[in-house]
Design a protein around this ligand. Structure first.
Ligand SMILES: [Zn+2]
Length: 311
């Protein structure tokens, strides 16, 4: 049985599987400045050893799934730093580093290496609506590069619009790999909307789930979301799908424009504080739990040691 087959069997049986934590923010915490314009591309070409080391530390902390550092290495994001002509090369490099980390840190255990793609609009400006065709073209380029480089799974992250959701999932599913999809949500006026930090439009979880319900996705997540909104998001998601569900939440803030907006503030959640929230998500039925921006290998270790083995 392949590693993905045994993972799927575990999820179906209600076993809790631990994912890694933040990578872009961890690069920053370890001393390499990261631009908000592009979290992954530049550090990947300039500090590959650091990225491999971060993956290895997550595996050692207990992560059973690691996500390659390709969150913002789609052509549309690399364009922000003038690297768009190296899109395929940089995505392949991201996967290579994750595969090397697995070979170094977990040669005998079935750690899954996922490739990441994320939302299409770099600045998440609600007034900018990309064309579906343009998004699909760029997502296909990235998902093919990830698949050819050898990922086991594609995770489409931080979706805040059904348009990107449809285009990214279509491209990812076409590779033939399993696809997991994750929505970012914010609460406003006691309702949940798709969005990051603020609502992006008027779309919600139901619309996002419906947009991809028949496309062959194999798990759905609330991710890149505040800790406070993640639980309510999971409750709503559970009511919309019978697929396995999972979560990873932020533990971070940004400095103000007057300070340095590229620099993030870690916390406020300690590994133990994060674990308390994560216990609640497992009680709601979430079977894949990890950490997002601002979480560290210590957060993942706390999840590994503190969460129940099954829901
Ligand atoms: Zn995040």
């Amino acid at each position: 049985m392949g590693a993905m087959d045994s993972l799927n069997a575990r999820l179906k049986a209600g076993e809790v599987v631990i994912m890694d934590g933040g990578t872009g923010t961890e690069i920053q915490r370890r001393g390499v400045p990261v631009s908000r314009k592009n979290w992954s591309g530049l550090p990947m070409t300039e500090h590959p050893d650091l990225i491999r080391e971060i993956h290895e530390d997550y595996i050692k902390a207990g992560a059973e799934i690691i996500i390659a550092n390709t969150f913002s290495t789609g052509r549309w994001m690399l364009k922000e730093v003038g690297l768009e002509d190296r899109t395929v090369e940089i995505n392949r490099l991201g996967v290579k580093l994750a595969l090397e980390a697995r070979a170094n840190a977990a040669p005998d255990s079935p750690v899954i290496v996922a490739g990441s793609m994320s939302t299409y609009s770099p600045w998440l400006d609600p007034t900018v609506i990309p064309s579906y065709e343009a998004a699909l073209t760029d997502y296909r380029e990235q998902s093919n590069a990830l698949a050819e480089a050898g990922v086991d799974l594609i995770v489409v992250e931080m979706l805040v619009r059904t348009l990107d959701t449809r285009a990214s999932v279509k491209a990812a599913v076409e590779t033939g790999l399993p696809v997991w999809v994750g929505f970012s949500v914010v609460s406003e006026d006691e309702k949940l909307y798709l969005g990051l930090h603020r609502k992006h439009g008027a779309e919600g979880i139901r619309e996002a789930v419906d947009a991809v319900a028949s496309m062959g996705v194999s798990a759905m997540f609330i991710m890149h979301t505040s800790l406070e909104d993640t639980g309510p998001g999971l409750q709503e998601l559970k009511g919309c799908t019978s697929l396995p569900i999972g979560a990873y939440a932020h533990s971070m803030g940004f400095k103000t424009e007057e300070q340095n907006p590229d620099e993030i503030l870690f916390g406020p959640y300690t590994p133990e504080g994060y674990l308390e929230y994560a216990r609640g998500w497992v009680e709601m039925g979430a079977v894949v739990i990890g950490g997002c921006c601002g979480t560290t290998p210590e957060h993942i270790r706390a999840l590994k040691e503190g969460l129940p083995e099954r829901v």
